[in-house]
Design a protein around this ligand. Structure first.
Ligand SMILES: Cc1cc2nc3c(=O)[nH]c(=O)nc-3n(C[C@H](O)[C@H](O)[C@H](O)COP(=O)(O)OP(=O)(O)OC[C@H]3O[C@@H](n4cnc5c(N)ncnc54)[C@H](O)[C@@H]3O)c2cc1C
Ligand code: SF4
Length: 333
């Protein structure tokens, strides 16, 4: 599958990048600009362009923007540049010590080579996935296309008007557990938003990022530091696959009881999602097997997997239940 022709733009500053986006994005209100696409590590964008899921006229290569690659202590929290490779997040001593759920989730992405190329910003902005979408043009055409790209029907939920493609990034559930915020730069400056407000829950227009905006930084607050953290992931090939179900947990204990805890899921809904009610269920209680099982049941009810992925929805939901329980019982702090 060959790449279509495109013009490569290489900004050196955020302002220059935003200028290019403003110039070439076309109608910013359309959201998912097709005329220009941002490329960071390219580990997801390039395969998608080969499949003709995107055929941009311009590709904005942001890798040379100064100041967006690195992990820094900022005040009492941590700031991570959007261009920081996942391997750096995986191996950062600071993150392993203070935000272990994030380094564990980063270490679960794909393979070492892809983690060297792939960035945290790209992982947060990752396109949603579906068996009917991540296919070649000829394959999709033979099936009559679908709502997410070029068509008007959904093969997964026929008769509906919504796309259910699954968000399948590994680090966003960990970031949700850490109450992370992101910084987005656009023509009118930078805005900082909670990551939990970044995703729409719609498979075809899955993030609140205008075509003239770029994700620049991620912030981890001090209040989420030093939580025990575990990430568990279901995939077919242990060495390199996207998650088909994933659970992140972050938990703080005091005097043998849970002081605070959060659970978040990925790959089973069109957006990564915090499990509502999990924190309240655990707070103030000792983390027993019965409690972990009850939280697992709650997580399984939050998961709404459909036939977007290679394994059955029933199995993926069941694994959310099992992984949640195991992840909670595996936390140490
Ligand atoms: C074989 C294979 C296995 C994979 N397995 C996994 C896996 O297990 N788990 C997983 O999470 N991912 C997986 N991936 C996907 C991908 O490698 C990672 O998600 C990676 O983090 C993407 O980062 P990137 O920098 O390469 O993104 P890119 O490919 O450069 O971009 C991805 C998307 O994000 C947008 N984007 C990137 N950076 C920004 C930014 N700063 N601002 C705004 N938009 C931006 C791009 O326009 C594009 O839409 C896999 C990929 C492959 C090829
Ligand atoms: S969920 Fe439906 S509309 Fe969305 S990509 Fe899959 S088949 Fe297409």
């Amino acid at each position: 599958m060959s790449l279509s022709q495109f013009k490569l733009l290489r900004p050196r500053t955020i302002d220059e990048a935003v200028g290019f986006l403003a110039k070439y994005a076309g109608d910013a209100a359309a959201g998912d600009g097709q005329r220009i696409r941002i490329i960071a590590g390219g580990t997801d964008l390039i395969p998608s362009m080969r499949q003709k899921l995107f055929e941009p006229e311009y590709v904005l290569d942001i890798r040379h923007i100064v100041g967006l690659n690195g992990i820094r202590e900022q005040g009492s929290g941590v700031e991570i540049g959007a261009l920081t490779p996942l391997s750096r997040i995986e191996h950062s001593e600071l993150l392993r010590r203070r935000y272990p759920v994030l380094s564990e989730a980063a270490s679960a992405v794909a393979s070492p080579v892809i983690r060297n190329m792939g960035t945290i910003g790209g992982n947060i902005c990752l396109d949603t996935r579906c068996l009917w979408y991540n296919q070649s043009l000829a394959w999709r055409k033979a099936c009559g296309f679908c709502i997410k790209k070029d068509g008007n029907l959904c093969h997964v939920a026929p008769g509906g008007t919504k796309c259910w493609a699954a968000f399948s990034g590994d680090t966003p559930p960990a970031l949700l557990c850490l109450s992370a915020e992101i910084e987005v730069a656009g023509p009118s400056g930078s805005r900082r938003v909670a990551l939990r407000d970044f995703y729409t829950g719609e498979g075809d227009n899955y993030r609140k990022l205008q075509a003239n905006e770029v994700l620049t930084r991620i912030f981890l607050p001090e209040t989420s530091a030093d939580y025990g953290g575990v990430y568990r992931k279901l995939r077919i090939r242990g060495s390199i696959d996207y998650p088909l179900a994933g659970v992140a947990v972050a938990i703080k204990r005091a005097n043998g009881h849970v002081a605070d805890a959060r659970v978040a899921l990925t790959a089973v809904n069109p957006a990564p999602a915090l499990v509502k009610g999990a924190s309240e269920m655990m707070a103030g209680n000792p983390l027993t097997e019965t409690l972990a099982e009850a939280v697992g049941d709650l997580a399984a009810r939050t998961a709404k997997p459909l036939t977007t992925s290679a394994l059955t929805p029933e199995y993926r939901r069941e694994m959310i239940r099992v992984f949640t329980k195991r992840a909670l019982l595996a936390t140490e702090r």
